[in-house]
Design a protein around this ligand. Structure first.
Ligand code: FE
Length: 203
């Protein structure tokens, strides 16, 4: 884990500006708070994580890419055509039968934004950051993810110098799907490790 040195964030001022802008726009009746919420949710859950979803779908369909991704994710993601800036070196950790991975930033809120977009508010919550390390099973269960009793849970602590992303397991029932189609199954939470990909029957 990194020390406090170099663990700086520049988004505070932008957050304040965004809040001020939102206040003015809603006060003047130009946009509703609901409309703003809907746009934020879209960026958090759908548009933001699309790059990560394409990386996962490629790994599901291309074993050689999967091997390169797990060996050196920072380089391997460069093979995927997308508009993306990695803010720090990336490590991708694969879920497999018996092993589940989950990502946190215990110190603040470091997040692979280039792949997953805007981080959800719970990711920045001190409760998530401290509890997922001490009692990951309970936290995951509260978030709707029940793990088999004997499974090992690995918690990865992100920092300004290194970001983690989970490679979830490919769901059953989509063996003949293209990478493009598979990407729709990959949820943001499945790449943080607090959820699973959608099932083919769920889209
Ligand atoms: Fe952080």
């Amino acid at each position: 884990m990194s020390g406090n040195g170099g663990h700086k964030h520049s988004h505070s001022e932008n957050e304040l500006r965004a809040e001020a802008l939102e206040a003015v726009l809603t006060e003047k009746g130009i946009v509703t708070a609901e409309a703003i919420e809907a746009v934020i949710r879209l960026f958090e859950e759908d548009i933001g994580p699309m790059n990560g979803a394409r990386v996962v779908a490629r790994a599901w369909t291309d074993p050689a890419f999967r091997a390169r991704l797990l060996d050196d994710a920072t380089t391997a993601v460069g093979e995927i055509e997308m508009v993306m800036i990695l803010e720090a070196p990336l490590v991708v950790v694969p879920n497999e039968p018996g092993v589940h991975n989950v990502v946190v930033c215990t110190l603040c809120s470091c997040y692979p934004s280039g792949l997953l977009g805007i981080s959800p508010s719970w990711y920045k919550d001190p409760a998530y950051r401290s509890r997922v390390v001490r009692e990951p099973r309970n936290v995951l269960s509260e978030m709707g993810l029940e793990l088999e009793p004997g499974w090992e849970v690995r918690v990865w602590d992100s920092s300004a110098e290194l970001r983690y992303m989970v490679l979830p397991e490919r769901p059953p029932g989509c063996d003949d799907w293209s990478a493009e189609r598979l990407a729709a199954l990959v949820t943001r939470d499945s790449m943080i490790g607090t959820g699973r990909p959608r099932l083919p029957s769920e889209i």
